[in-house]
Each structure stands twice: as structure tokens, then as C-alpha cells.
Design a protein around this ligand. Structure first.
Ligand SMILES: [Zn+2]
Length: 312
């Protein structure tokens, strides 16, 4: 239901851009038709995954925006930034309101409020046609700048969006609000992804080939964790494992990970998996700063994801 709204928002956005360029027109000289460049004989090489871009975005979220708990002003600043980044990459975007209740997040009392999901897709995206969902939560616990948890996942998602922008496989990217717990149990966790899943109608559910949560993907470990929660299909996990093998990247499969947004999809019988979750000292603390992430680990996760996206 919601993603149909995405189309109308996108159309409005597109129309606004068209009008802006029209009204700027009258005094601007028009180039003669003979100056039009000729089309290249071959299409250009697809963009390469660049770890430097991921590190730059992690630095922005952790250092410039800083701690951004789900209902804070900083969270809304981060959502604005992510939305602008997607639009710069050529995507159309929309927001979904996410009600987050008051609660206690990792020892700090937090108030109720809106923690919007930011959703991005290519022009013409149809949520009732087969597609994959790539998600990463944007919020942090109140004390943490969240370089690893989860600027790493958001920055990875943005770089993937840049690299596959012209690929044919339809991808819906979602920056999720309010992932971090506000109390005990599944009902006080993962509000953004649960809100998204709840809004799907039958045709949209059937169209989701896979959902992957990128959550804590930058801390270096001996292997890249590729996980499910142990309840639903393991197909997506196996596919990611195949992509890791294909790229010669050490990885470990697990089936007991329920602490990220893939769990909202798995609980709703939608095929999903999570990449990431290496333990580290700065977890949910003020020490979750950009120095905790590893260029090599980000490169491994990027290679798995690009391999998987281009295998489908
Ligand atoms: Zn996280």
C-alpha cells in the first residue's frame, strides 16, 4: 500500500524538478542542435565499488551528525541527509512515518515520536513486480555515534545504490527508523521494519524475492557473518554464501540472529538474511567511532553484495 504512495511522491518530485528547469529557461540561450554529443558506440563500464566512499559516509554520520536515537532531532537530520544522498544518486525517494513509543534505550529514557523510514527506488519501480529489498537501520542508541552500528550498514547501502543504479535488477533501498530496542522483547524492537512489513499487501509480499539487512558490517573479523533467525527459509543466506565463495571471501553461516531488521521480514515469512555482527568493544557506547571499522571488512561485504546482486 505504502509503496504505491512512493510512485505518487516521486511523480510530484519529478514534476517539481521539470517546472524548476522550465521557469529558468527564457533568458538562457539554447545550444544549437549540431552541438549535441554523439552517443558512444559502446556502453560505459559499470561503476566499481569504492570503499573510500563508504568510509566518507561513515565519517559523516558518526562525526558530523553523531548520536541519533530514533526520535531525536539528530535522527531527522540524518534522515534528511540520507534522502538527499539517494536523490543525488538519481533515485526517487519517499518517507514512511514510523511511530516509536517512549521507552528505555540501552539505559537512557527516550520519548515517543516519529522515526521515519526513508525509501528509495529507481524511476518506474513497481512494488508488485519481483524485486529485492536492501535495508539498513539509521538510528543509534542515545550515547553512540554509531560508526559501526549502523553508519557502516547505511554507508554500504548508499555505495551499493550508486554501483547498481543502472543495473536491471529492481532494488528497493530502505533506511529504517527505530531499530534499536526501547524495551524488552520483539515488540519493543525493529519498529521501522515492522511498520514496512505491516503495510505490504499480498501482491507486494509475493514480489519480494529477498530482503537483506546490512547491520554492523565494518568491524573486522575472521569471517563475514551471514545469518538468519532460524525460523524461515535459508535460501537468501545460502545465496549470499555462494556469492562469498564466488568472491573467495571467508564467511560463516548462522541461524540464531534475531537482532536486526531481517527478523521482521523472517517473522512474516518473507525470505531474508543479515550480513554483519562481529562483536567489538565499542558496541553501543561512545567509543563506536570510525576507527572501529575496517577498510578490508567493508570491501569484503561490498564484494559479497555486488556478487549476489548481479547473480540474480
Ligand atoms: Zn544495529
Amino acid at each position: 500500500m505504502y509503496v504505491r504512495a512512493l510512485a505518487s511522491v516521486a511523480l510530484t518530485f519529478g514534476a517539481a524538478v521539470a517546472m524548476a528547469s522550465c521557469t529558468a529557461g527564457p533568458t538562457a540561450p539554447q545550444p544549437p542542435p549540431t552541438s549535441m554529443p554523439t552517443a558512444p558506440a559502446t556502453s560505459p563500464e559499470p561503476p566499481q565499488f569504492e570503499v573510500n566512499r563508504v568510509l566518507e559516509d561513515i565519517g559523516h554520520l558518526a562525526n558530523e551528525i553523531g548520536p541519533r536515537h530514533a526520535t531525536s532531532k539528530a535522527y531527522l537530520d540524518a534522515a534528511d541527509w540520507v534522502e538527499a544522498r539517494f536523490e543525488t544518486l538519481g533515485y526517487e525517494t519517499a518517507r514512511m512515518d514510523v511511530d516509536a513509543p517512549a521507552g528505555n534505550t540501552w539505559g537512557v529514557n527516550v520519548g515517543a515520536g516519529n522515526s521515519p523510514n526513508v525509501i528509495a527506488a529507481s524511476t518506474g519501480f513497481d512494488p508488485t513486480e519481483p524485486h529485492v529489498v536492501i535495508g539498513a537501520h539509521l538510528d543509534t542508541v542515545p550515547v553512540a555515534p554509531g560508526a559501526e552500528d549502523n553508519a557502516s550498514g547505511v554507508a554500504m547501502m548508499l555505495e551499493l545504490a550508486r554501483v547498481v543504479a543502472d543495473d536491471s535488477r529492481p532494488v528497493l533501498f530502505i533506511s529504517f527508523g527505530a531499530e534499536e530496542p526501547r524495551g524488552p522483547g520483539d515488540d519493543m524492537h525493529h519498529f521501522g521494519s515492522r511498520t514496512y512489513v505491516r503495510g505490504l499487501d499480498d501482491a507486494e509480499r509475493l514480489a519480494i524475492d529477498a530482503m537483506i539487512s546490512l547491520d554492523r558490517v565494518g568491524v573486522e573479523g575472521p569471517e563475514v557473518p551471514v545469518c538468519t533467525g532460524g525460523r524461515g527459509t535459508t535460501r537468501v543466506r545460502e545465496e549470499l554464501g555462494d556469492a562469498a565463495r564466488g568472491a573467495n571471501i571467508p564467511h560463516v553461516l548462522c541461524d540464531d540472529n534475531r537482532t536486526s531488521d531481517h527478523w521482521s521480514f523472517e517473522r512474516a515469512d518473507l525470505p531474508s538474511a543479515r550480513l554483519g555482527s562481529i562483536p567489538y568493544d565499542g558496541y553501543h557506547s561512545a567509543r563506536d567511532t570510525p576507527d572501529v571499522v575496517s577498510r578490508d571488512q567493508l570491501g569484503r561485504v561490498g564484494a559479497i553484495m555486488i556478487g549476489w546482486l548481479r547473480s540474480g
